[in-house]
Design a protein around this ligand. Structure first.
Ligand code: G3H
Ligand code: 13P
Ligand code: ZN
Length: 322
């Protein structure tokens, strides 16, 4: 059942984070639903602009609609990840999305406020909620590479003004994470002090952690042992999620870690089975491994086992379910 992101946030805030996972193809879609059913978790499916052009936006919507029928117990929201103005308005217009992200974080504050407000007005008129971004994460995102020097943390005072001026429903904050597999050169650290100050200024307001992949070192080692060359890749320590949740992090975006599962499964499969060529053989392994991976992440986020509680919570609030 597709539900509003807002409703999920209301039920989760301060207690656990909802996992937001990107999909690009059928195997990721099925693995994602299986993993969430195995761990009995509500979740968010994210679609990026890159995914919409890779798989065709209509194909992704059809796949999600089919998965919703295959897994009638599932409770999830559908979200546009890192939208620009045109894509965000297109998704609002389509009526399929629970929420959209408008990412104008590369703009100066005034421009970010203006563009975000435009999306908020269009989205709220249709009951769709809006995630915006303030501050700048490092790493690779779509076709843009933000180097560490151009990345900067969210200013808590600005965040308060930004939310008031734009009317956005949730905010992606830059607290030291970055996109992709190469997040930290030295010891990693989330700026929980900055997060705490943002929460103090925006009590009860859902905050979003992007760039949250943990880049497991054993995964990287297996990929490299099977012919990969991911040198120095590292990510967020999963134990940090539990510290960030009471400080307002309600949605955690994970994409890179899932890509690493895909890469490991396929590299190992073809290394060990050089005579094979049926795409379904590694595809089956990937879906099982991806489901296992999703269930593991949900445990770390605290969303595992919350499905029935969410079903009851949605039932009592009535509207909000689409
Ligand atoms: O933040 C970016 C997400 O990982 C989506 O990546 O734009 O390559 O689909 P993508
Ligand atoms: P990762 O690259 O850490 O998986 O981050 C994904 C993300 O933030 C999607 O918006
Ligand atoms: Zn992101």
């Amino acid at each position: 059942m597709i539900v509003t992101t807002k409703e999920l946030f209301k039920l989760a805030y301060g207690k656990y984070a909802i996992g937001a996972y990107n999909i690009n193809n059928m195997e990721q879609c099925l693995g994602l639903f299986r993993g969430n059913m195995e761990s009995q978790a509500p979740f968010i499916i994210q679609i990026s602009r890159g995914a919409r052009s890779y798989a065709d936006k209509r194909m992704l919507e059809a796949m999600i609609t089919a998965a919703d029928r295959i897994f009638p117990e599932a409770i999830f929201a559908v979200h546009l990840d890192h939208g620009d103005l045109e894509t965000a308005l297109d998704c609002v217009e389509s009526g399929f999305y629970s929420s959209v992200m408008i990412d104008a974080s590369h703009e100066p504050l005034e421009g970010n406020i203006r563009i975000t407000r435009q999306v908020v007005e269009a989205a709220h008129a249709r009951g769709i909620s809006v995630e915006a971004e303030l501050g700048r994460l490092g790493g690779v995102e779509e076709h843009v590479k933000v180097d560490d020097k151009s990345a900067f943390l969210t200013d808590p005072a600005e965040a308060e003004i930004f939310v008031r001026e734009t009317g956005c429903d949730s905010l992606a904050v830059a607290i030291g994470t970055s996109h992709g597999a190469y997040k930290f050169t030295g010891t990693q650290s989330l700026h929980l002090d900055v997060l705490a100050e943002i929460q103090r200024r925006l009590p009860g307001f859902p905050l979003v952690m992007h760039g949250a992949s943990s880049v497991p070192q054993e995964e990287v080692a297996r990929i490299n042992a099977a012919g990969g060359a991911l040198k120095g890749a590292r990510g967020v320590d999963e134990s940090e999620f539990a510290k960030a949740v009471p400080l307002g992090i309600t949605k955690v975006n994970i994409d890179t870690d899932g890509r690493l599962v895909w890469t490991r499964v396929h590299r190992e499969f073809f290394r060990d089975n050089p005579e094979k060529f049926d795409l379904r053989d590694p595809g089956k392994i990937f879906m099982a491994e991806y489901a296992r991976f999703i269930a593991h992440k949900n445990e770390k986020l605290g969303s595992a086992g919350k499905l029935e509680e969410v079903r009851r919570g949605l039932g009592s609030s009535g509207p909000g379910v689409r």
